[in-house]
Design a protein around this ligand. Structure first.
Ligand code: CDP
Ligand code: CDP
Length: 225
């Protein structure tokens, strides 16, 4: 059937959201929207322009002047800010360690959600983040909440770093992930939370293929229903 739906994938860092979301979007020929990249982008721009991350209003004004484009290229999604490709830059250590602070601000989140809803448009979208099912697209037909143990998620990042040619200690990664989990879950404005009608999937001992297939089955059931 050709009925297009919206798919929300939420969960903590390194639960496998973006990897799986990309695969699903590709298979269904849907657009993929990485909302974490948007919070990373404004954090990167703020750091670059040496703005204080403690000043919410100033950050908000900066965001209003910052065009964030998520382009769907053949070689994956690119993040273009005010015309500049910052796809790689937004993954750096400094951004990773500061992004949850910036993402906790109400003004920042409200503006991001406006943009995300615009990007989502009608249907035919896979969006991943922390508050997609609970807040950004509460009427998404399929909502998935991916989890995995902190240890497993730190190991995933560890191997990912290794593949990219740099090494951070596993203990350090575990600590950073746990800190980000805490900030994201405990903030007041749309925290990381499983929407009531989301399906939780513990991926700790699952491969990417297994997770993808599982979500596919959920989507197919939904579409056929
Ligand atoms: O890829 P990773 O799991 O490391 O994180 P991300 O998806 O790139 O998101 C980076 C950060 O942005 C998160 O730790 C949250 O603080 C924030 N974020 C958010 O608050 N809400 C979203 N919908 C997406 C990300
Ligand atoms: O987007 P999120 O931060 O939730 O996670 P990700 O960037 O998609 O995945 C983090 C890392 O875990 C990647 O290197 C994936 O290849 C890996 N992964 C895995 O080993 N097993 C899974 N079931 C899912 C992801």
């Amino acid at each position: 059937s050709e009925r297009k739906i919206a798919i929300a994938i939420d969960g903590p860092a390194a639960a496998g959201k973006s990897t799986v979301a990309k695969r699903i979007a590709q298979k269904l020929n849907y657009i993929y929207i990485d909302t974490g990249a948007m919070y990373r982008a404004i954090t990167y721009v703020a750091i670059e322009s040496q703005q204080s991350l403690a000043d919410e209003l100033q950050l908000y004004q900066l965001l209003l002047n910052t065009d964030i484009e998520l382009s769907q290229g053949g070689s994956g999604q690119k993040v273009i800010v005010n015309g500049k490709d910052i796809t790689e830059d937004i993954r750096n250590q400094q951004v990773t360690n500061s992004v949850s602070k910036v993402a906790a601000y109400r003004l920042i989140r409200e503006e991001m959600v406006i943009r995300q809803r615009e990007l989502a448009g009608k249907k035919g979208v896979v969006m991943d983040g922390r508050d997609i099912g609970s807040h950004v697209i509460p009427d998404a037909e399929v909502k998935i909440f991916l989890i995995a143990s902190v240890r497993e998620r730190a190991e995933r990042r560890y191997y990912e770093n290794k593949r990219k040619g740099f090494e951070a200690s596993l203990a350090q990664l575990e600590k950073e992930i746990a800190e980000r989990d805490k900030l994201d879950s405990e903030r007041t404005v749309s925290p990381l939370i499983k929407a009531e009608d989301a399906i939780e999937l513990d991926t700790t001992s699952l491969t990417i293929d297994q997770v993808t297939n599982c979500i596919f089955n959920i989507i197919n059931e939904k579409v056929e229903a």
